[in-house]
Design a binder for this molecule. Sequence first.
Ligand SMILES: [Zn+2]
Length: 498
Amino acid sequence: MFQVSETSIDTQALSQGMVNHSGGAFVSFEGRVRKSNDGKAVARLEYELFPEFCIEEGLRIIDEAKALFPLLEVKAVHRYGLLELGEVAVWVGVVTGHRGAGFQACRFIIDSIKARCPIWKKESYVDGPSDWVGCPSCETKSVSAPQIFSRQTRLLGSDSHEKLKRANVLIVGTGGLGCPLALNLAASGVGNLRLIDSDLLEASNLQRQTLYGYQDIGSPKVLLAKRRLEELHPYVSVEAIHDRLTIKNFDRYLSGIDLVVDASDNFATKYLINDTCVRLEKAFIGASIYQNQGHILAYEPGASACLRCDRPMQSPEGCTETCADAGVLGASTSALGSLEALEAIKILLGQKPKSLSEQIYLDFDTFENFSIPRLRNPDCPFGLDHKTARDFVYEEESLFPSTEFEVDWHDTHGKGSFVWIDIREASEREQSLSHAIHLPLSQWRSEDLLAYEGKTAILYCQSGIRSQKLVAALLREGLPLEVKSLRGGFAGTLNRRC
Ligand SMILES: [Zn+2]
């Protein structure tokens, strides 16, 4: 709830209305009219606001707070009109399980209201005329762009800042690659970042995903990234999209974008980025990492080979191990993500980096590197000149292959009883369904399923790939029960509900 009020805020009534026995902490904040500001004696204060815009933005802030923190209840009220000394100007209250999240949420909400809601403050002074004022401690420091970017303009030229400031970059994924990538682009003054990611932060992410902290576990990563980037670099506009990139929404999210940078962790998304960018003639940068080995490539319409020129067919998911399976060092993902940022800056400034014409491989263990020339391939499904890309139509299933033995989470509601089987390894099960049976893939014995004969078993792993492959194999075995794979796995569906 977010409200604006022209009359006194009844803080007692608001506090009493937030009794929730599920929460161990109630934290509130009261901002009051003080008797002096900047050395001048204040007589009274007046707030002006546009109620509709203010409430709309306030509700958006409340929604973001609920997504970022485990809040059981949240309310905020802002006064407007004339206020006397000592009166409450703004009140925020939250109920949470623990005090830490309560303090953080209160601070997030009040800071966001101050920064984003269209509210103006006019102070009347005891000894003089009134004046419209800001909050000195909340205002951005008076630092000019030349001061911030002086070191890079020496290398890139005096017009580089304006070019980067006008740039619009879409970053797909805010994980191990996406964190250093977004951080470096923001710090370099790239003016407009659009981030897309559907995951919630897990404890195992903290070792390499450097925009997040311990207190953030369980929150949507993309919202956390936006908040952190805006804290560090308030001159950058950051748009956060908590969604999974698909063939159905990609065109929309590409609107107004100059450059796409892939920081995803799966082949399907990498090929989706390639195919869509080739079709819509957008530049992109891609990178992948496997243990200590990383590689990076870039694409510009009309200037370079695409991913399908290098590898016409997508490798089946599961044919290589993921970071969860193979392990990875945070310093390596940070290095590769930073290199993506470097290539992005070059392309945004109109340069032609080596990654446009060569696929570059780096070994972060030995520091050996090599590159392979990337040539347009007559076997590319888009043709040698990529001219057929606009006419190339394919089903989403070809990117995210689905099968009749997959099931969506929504389709399981109220439709019979299911046996839920978690096939992830123990180290992956930071969260799970409380009623799921754990049968890890590494110790799989199909006969363990016979105890559930006559029922429908729904198998799930982290992303739905391993369970899909396992179910396909089980169907060939002909077990006396129905087995299905949960589409999207735990990360794509269940972790939002635990
Ligand atoms: Zn191609």
